[in-house]
Write a protein that binds this ligand. Structure first.
Ligand SMILES: Nc1ncnc2c1ncn2[C@@H]1O[C@H](COP(=O)(O)OP(=O)(O)OP(=O)(O)O)[C@@H](O)[C@H]1O
Ligand SMILES: [Mg+2]
Length: 255
């Protein structure tokens, strides 16, 4: 039994299908990159993994069970922007990342001090120790994303969900974030799902690259067909050369 499985997932909004027949098995520790055209349902798929939404049909299993609906300790999430609380300091953001995922809520007393110590360790890991007292507005884009990842990591999730986490960063900062993420992943053995619009980034970081696309096109009404996983590439050891992939995926355009 794989760690994360999606079985015959359909997801519609109203009468409009977004995802159809999505089947996937992911082993614990795998890094799965997800690419696909804008609006094809990549973020929707992450929301299903988070159990923020229940699929119209089909089932998701994490470690053999239906994923819990409430924020749990097992899944952390980072979005392209606005993942951190602007009114909390850098340190408080990381403490909050741990506390709001705990069923018993906020920390008090000695527990709070211990949580702050743990948060400082996370900040050190993210290279943000010196910014602990600052507020997010004072951080650069790269620092804010490191903080968002730190916040997600504070609860030591087994699964990290990243929705275009580096999309808003300049190329140099992006490369630094790649190294940061790869180191973290090697240390923690986390399972990672990362949505990206950058195919090269997907292949560089991922063990697998999933392409979400419509399996066929209905020219009278393109909206009546949902997207599914049309390619599942093995990206380890460099995978298939980047150029070849671009040609292959092209096959799935309207004909
Ligand atoms: N709650 C909702 N109600 C109705 N439609 C929705 C809802 N959430 C998403 N959609 C629609 O579902 C489609 C897929 O959205 P989604 O955000 O998953 O796409 P995406 O692949 O993440 O796109 P992008 O690359 O632009 O982020 C879009 O057409 C969107 O408008
Ligand atoms: Mg999206």
């Amino acid at each position: 039994m794989s760690f994360v499985t999606a079985t015959n997932i359909f997801q519609s909004y109203g009468r409009r299908p977004i995802l159809e027949r999505v089947n996937l098995s992911v082993e614990e520790g795998e890094f799965v990159s997800i690419v696909g055209a804008s609006g094809c349902g990549k973020s929707t798929f992450l929301r299903l993994l988070l159990a923020q939404e229940t699929p119209t049909r089909g089932e998701i299993r994490i470690d053999g069970a239906e994923p819990a609906r409430e924020p749990g300790l097992d899944r952390g999430v980072v979005f392209q922007r606005y993942s951190v609380f602007p009114h909390l300091s850098v340190l408080e953001n990381v403490v909050a990342g741990e506390s709001f995922r705990r069923p018993w809520g906020r920390f008090i007393g000695a527990e709070k001090r211990a949580a702050r110590d743990r948060a400082m360790q996370v900040l050190a890991r993210c290279g943000l120790e010196h910014m602990a007292a600052a507020y997010p507005a004072a951080l650069s884009g790269g620092m804010q994303q490191r903080l968002a990842i730190g916040q997600a990591l504070a609860a030591k999730p087994r699964i990290l969900l990243l929705d275009e986490p580096f999309g808003a960063l300049d190329p140099g900062t992006r490369l630094q974030m790649h190294d940061f993420l790869m180191d973290l992943r090697a240390e923690t053995g986390m399972t990672v799902f990362m949505v990206t619009h950058d195919l090269e980034e997907g292949f560089k970081l991922g063990d697998r690259v999933l392409v979400f696309d419509k399996p066929r096109w209905d020219l009278t009404d393109p909206d009546i067909i949902g997207a599914t996983i049309t390619y599942d590439f093995d990206a380890r050891d460099g995978g298939i050369p980047f150029q070849t992939i671009k040609e292959d995926t092209h096959v799935f355009r309207p004909n």
